[in-house]
Write a protein that binds this ligand. Sequence first.
Ligand code: PLP
Length: 385
Amino acid sequence: MRSQFLPFSTPSISEEEIRDVVDVLRSGWITTGAKCGRFEDAFSEYTGAAGSVAVCSATGGMHCLLQALGIGLGDEVITPAMTWVSTVNLICLQGATPVFADVDRDTLLVTRETIEPLITDKTRLIIPVHFAGAPVDLDSIRELASERGIALIEDAAHAAGTKYKGSFVGKQGTSVFSFHPIKNMTTGEGGMVCSDDQDLLTKVKSLKFHGLAVDSFDRQAQGRTPQAQVMQPGYKYNLTDISASLGLGQLAQLDVFNAKRQELAEHYQTRLRGISEIIPLATPDYPHTHAWHLFIVRVDSDKTGMDRNQFMAGLKERNIGTGLHFRAVHLQKYYAETFGLKKGMLPNTEWNSDRILSLPLCPAMSTADVDDVIDAMQDTLAGKH
Ligand SMILES: *Cc1c(COP(=O)(O)O)cnc(C)c1O
């Protein structure tokens, strides 16, 4: 057994990145400024996006987008229930109604087939999630959205570095990335909105900073007028230059990080072939580059005689940390009660919600750490204490 606890994920931050952050702290300008501008440009250059706007979190970015699209009372927004609660909370806070699409049982991705039957004349927006680092089948979902005249925003929180058919997620359409510490790259907290719709980006840029026509750096930059006009009431979701500085360093490392994640994921896949009680996710059959944000497995409780929670507890006793991404949103207290949602509505989501866990995966790990996880899993399954 491991003597030291293996956390589910730790960020990889270099001494150079730490020095860059300290330089910003000493520079006299620590909030949104030149570093944020450089980070936005670098992110656009990396993904191929027409434009990017840095925000304080993916949640903040999504909030600005919903507001910019005018999502409100009476509108329906289709999104999976196998996701983080943030998007669904925002849909409700805007006064709109979330409509939950089921996912493919083995990829946890929504598909055209699970979305299309849910479309009504109130549907204004579809928010698919690129889950665990794998892309949804964008061609078919884009086609559906455009046929029906419905907006599309990709939740790309798991998809920094993901490619769909040769293009980075973020290049086309509108997507939101997260830089929370467990994501593939981090800024402490932070996010990025990428879009090829310049009007939408301009609105997000204003909404993330009080609804002003410009942000505070522009206001203080030389030669600008010191007063800016409120164009509409906005939020306070800007990213700091402290965070953007870290983001620039992390983005430069992203390909190295993701290659390491892939190596570890492949090692998991190989080792798991010998353990029939534990079922990893499948990967999509269309061309893609997986960002391996998460390595998710399902516990086959019929074979193991123990449920997921017991299995997670067994791993913890053996010094292995795990995560749970995610518990089905539609069965959370508020959603179940408010919208009268019950078990049985989303069979694939629910089946997975009861069985999934995320194994440790981050660039700081080695394949020997993966072997430790496998040993602890086998030990737990054998019921040894
Ligand atoms: C992490 C996450 C978010 C939210 O990201 P924040 O930057 O923490 O706001 C949204 N959607 C999914 C699927 C996530 O995993």
